[in-house]
Design a protein around this ligand. Structure first.
Ligand SMILES: [Zn+2]
Length: 368
């Protein structure tokens, strides 16, 4: 073989090897969201909070029945819908990736091809583990905020970190004491360290997740203080989703904050952003917890309702949601398996709607 032919042959072998390796990689292992996989796997449809959830499982059995897992997903979606008044996107494609173990190791949310979540779920996961999980609610909260440039990742993670325990508390899945324990234990990790250049320019883990959560906490407290507890951060965030803001959109952060400010009538979000975006703003957390009337003593969370901002603290963790007052009631939290056949897949390929619905679902009666 001549040298030129040998080089060509070597490149050919390398090319074959690389494409073969790629072809062996499961579609769900890719970095992005494998939207097309919903055309090939059986899909279960659930209607929650005004949205349709399309749920697909990668191959692999779980110790728990899949119906149990689907109902858990629906209950998580209900928590997020109750916080925002409706589920943040009209349609969610949720891919459950069957993994080793009994945990829920990670999840990722996407918006570029429509609202979607990829969630890794251990095959031996238990009901107790599902009940205590925070990952899926965190990912679903991400669906409620327009996608940001990397410099603003802190606001996406901050909202998800701050709202997730509140949404679970509203649903009775977490108690208020535990929420404040997590905040007091965690939020100091979001304070600026030496060399910090503000939230937009400091992309450490602490500043991204807990720095963003600190922004949310400060905004919540200040909105409540200026409006005599008429409004809080939740009202501002609801206004963004009501205006059509979701992970499927790419809106400038300053415009989003203006929408929130407009809803609560005080420009707290914009002002706070201007002060914290490029400067390492110090927050006296000892003073803040004192004003809110929350302390941890000997491992116990102690509340002082005579503290100056105790009223705001109590309202920042709203009471359990009354199902009868929901703006978007559900038909049921159960699910119907809807294996896809070729005949069923064709209407979807033309842009058709989901092909089977929950019995009694109002949407099923409205649509042909
Ligand atoms: Zn996140």
């Amino acid at each position: 073989m001549k040298p030129f032919e040998f080089v060509w042959f070597a490149f050919f072998i390398l090319f074959i090897a690389s494409t073969t390796a790629h072809a062996d990689e499961p579609m769900w292992e890719t970095r992005g969201m494998p939207y097309a996989i919903f055309e090939t796997l059986p899909v279960t449809h659930v209607n929650v909070g005004g949205a349709t959830l399309d749920i697909a499982f990668t191959p692999g059995n779980f110790d728990l029945p899949k119906t149990t897992i689907v109902n858990w997903i629906a209950a998580r979606a209900r928590m997020v819908a109750d916080y925002y008044g409706h589920f943040p996107v009209k349609k969610l494609q949720l891919l459950i990736i069957s993994t080793e173990g009994n945990g829920i190791p990670h999840g990722t949310s996407y918006g570029y091809g429509g609202g979607a979540i990829k969630l890794a779920l251990g095959r031996h996961v238990t009901q107790a583990r599902l009940d205590n999980d925070w990952v899926l609610v965190h990912e679903m909260v991400h669906l409620a905020f327009p996608s940001q440039v990397p410099a603003h990742l802190w606001i996406e993670e901050g909202i998800a970190t701050y709202v997730e325990p509140i949404a679970r508390t509203q649903a009775g899945q977490m108690n208020v004491t535990e929420v404040w324990r997590q905040l007091v234990d965690g939020i100091h990790k979001g304070l600026p360290n030496p060399g910090d250049e503000g939230l937009d320019n400091t992309h450490t883990w602490g500043r991204t997740y807990w720095g963003g959560a600190l922004f949310c906490l400060l905004a919540d407290i200040e909105i409540r203080r200026r409006t005599n507890n008429k409004y809080g951060l939740r009202d501002a965030l609801r206004a963004v989703t009501d205006a059509g803001g979701s992970i499927e959109e790419k809106w400038p952060l300053e415009e989003i904050l203006k929408i929130g400010d407009g809803a609560v009538g005080v420009p707290v979000l914009s002002e706070l952003y201007q002060s914290m975006k490029a400067m390492p703003v110090e927050t006296d957390l000892t003073s803040l917890w004192h004003k809110l009337g929350v302390a941890i003593k000997n491992g116990d969370v102690i509340f002082d309702d005579s503290a100056p901002l105790a009223g705001g603290r109590r309202r920042a963790r709203p009471a359990r949601v009354d199902a009868r007052k929901r703006a978007t009631p559900d038909a049921a939290a159960a699910a119907v398996d809807c294996p896809r056949t070729d005949a069923q897949a064709r209407p979807l390929a033309r842009g058709g709607r989901a092909r089977c619905r929950l019995p009694g679902d109002p949407a099923a009666r409205r649509r042909p």
